[in-house]
Design a protein around this ligand. Structure first.
Ligand code: SF4
Length: 360
């Protein structure tokens, strides 16, 4: 025993610091008491996020002593890949991960193979294990809520998928398991790490946050003017019908949600994308299109139509005739772009609404 009392700042570092858990400025703030500079903090982040290890001391301007001190207080956590399935039909890949405990969660690698020589991926990540919101058309909602994911558990989904992939990951969507805006601190920190040059250097504009309509989270995004895109699941413009499909309606009614989206657009200038899971006989009538147009009048939106995927068979997507009639009604009433989204990986249960945190 030296007889010396450690300084408070060094004592504060005695719980291991998880290097994938911090944006670089925050990492620097934590490690500065040890003598780590801002540049060295970025090098530490880069080595941990891109290579899963500590930097080589000499090549990167660390003294062997400083690096050894950092290694004593910091670790590089890593998710376990429990299962991976690749769809032979469309190349979508579903990963089942385990993080700091036995809770499992999934991510999906979506191939963008439209241009030979420019193949890339978008990764759909989970922000929670399970979900508390209970949307009736979603397998994750039927699981119930288990816990929030830590920042590093979100970031490492992308890192692990990138490490095992032939092409670069150029975009990330927070549309996997969970409601991102109910775990917003961890999600925003993860998005920052994904976007930082010393992180994964994914453009902020290629990062999309989705929500079932958590109004305080939307207002926070409006106030902070982050560069990320926002997708809001609506499912119906009729509050009564929406409440039957998405219980979150009882917490944040449609009127409050649309008011928050108007505030978001006013603050950021961004068009909001509305996701519309297509549910035969439930939200594809001409009246649904008319109500949607009325609800969103004056708010620049894009409407994404997504076939429901319900292995239980309770909900099914509309047939060709029903879909065409709905699209005609949207053309007539809604002055906004309408995009039909392909939800792939159905054969491996990787499509929208199918993530249930188990190997299939
Ligand atoms: Fe939760 Fe999203 Fe599923 Fe709704 S759709 S239950 S918010 S994971």
């Amino acid at each position: 025993m030296s007889g010396k009392t450690p300084s408070p700042s060094v004592q504060a570092l005695e719980t291991p610091l998880l290097l994938k858990d911090f944006p670089s400025a925050e990492l620097h703030a934590r490690l500065a008491p040890l003598g780590v500079t801002a540049r060295q903090a970025r090098l530490l982040q880069l080595a941990a996020v891109r290579h899963g290890k500590f930097p080589e001391a000499v090549a990167n301007g660390f003294s062997a002593r400083l690096l050894a001190t950092v290694q004593r207080v910091a670790t590089i956590p890593q998710l376990t890949i429990v299962d991976k399935r690749v769809s032979p039909q469309d190349g979508f890949a579903k990963y089942l991960f385990r993080g700091s405990d036995d809770a499992c969660f999934e991510a999906v690698r979506i191939p963008l193979l439209h241009k030979t020589g420019d193949e890339k991926y978008v990764v759909c990540v989970s922000s929670q294990a399970g979900c508390a919101l209970g949307c009736v058309f979603c397998a994750t909602g039927r699981l119930g809520f288990r816990r929030h994911l830590a920042t590093w558990e979100i970031v490492d989904q992308v890192i692990q998928i990138q490490a095992g992939s032939a092409h670069p990951v150029r975009g990330v969507v927070f549309m996997g398991m969970g409601e991102p805006l109910l775990n917003l601190d961890a999600v925003l920190r993860a998005a920052q790490i994904l976007a930082e040059p010393s992180g994964l250097a994914i453009s902020g504009k290629a990062i999309t946050l989705s929500t079932a309509g958590i109004v305080p989270g939307i207002l926070r995004l409006a106030a902070e003017r982050r560069p990320y895109k926002l997708i809001v699941s609506l499912a119906s413009a009729d509050p009564r019908r929406r409440g039957e499909l998405m219980p979150v309606e009882k917490l944040y009614p449609t009127g409050e949600l649309i008011a928050a989206l108007r505030a978001y657009h006013a603050a950021t200038g961004q068009r909001v994308t509305l996701a519309w899971p297509l549910l035969a006989g439930l939200n594809t009538r001409a009246e649904d299109a008319r109500q949607l147009a009325e609800l969103t009048r004056g708010l620049p939106v894009q409407l994404d139509l997504i076939d429901v995927n319900d292995p239980s068979g309770r909900f099914r997507p509309p047939d060709r005739a029903e879909l065409d009639a709905f699209r005609d009604a949207l053309r007539l009433h809604l002055a906004a772009p309408v995009v039909r989204r392909y939800s792939g990986g159905q054969d491996i249960h990787a499509a929208c609404g199918m993530l249930a945190g188990t190997a299939t």
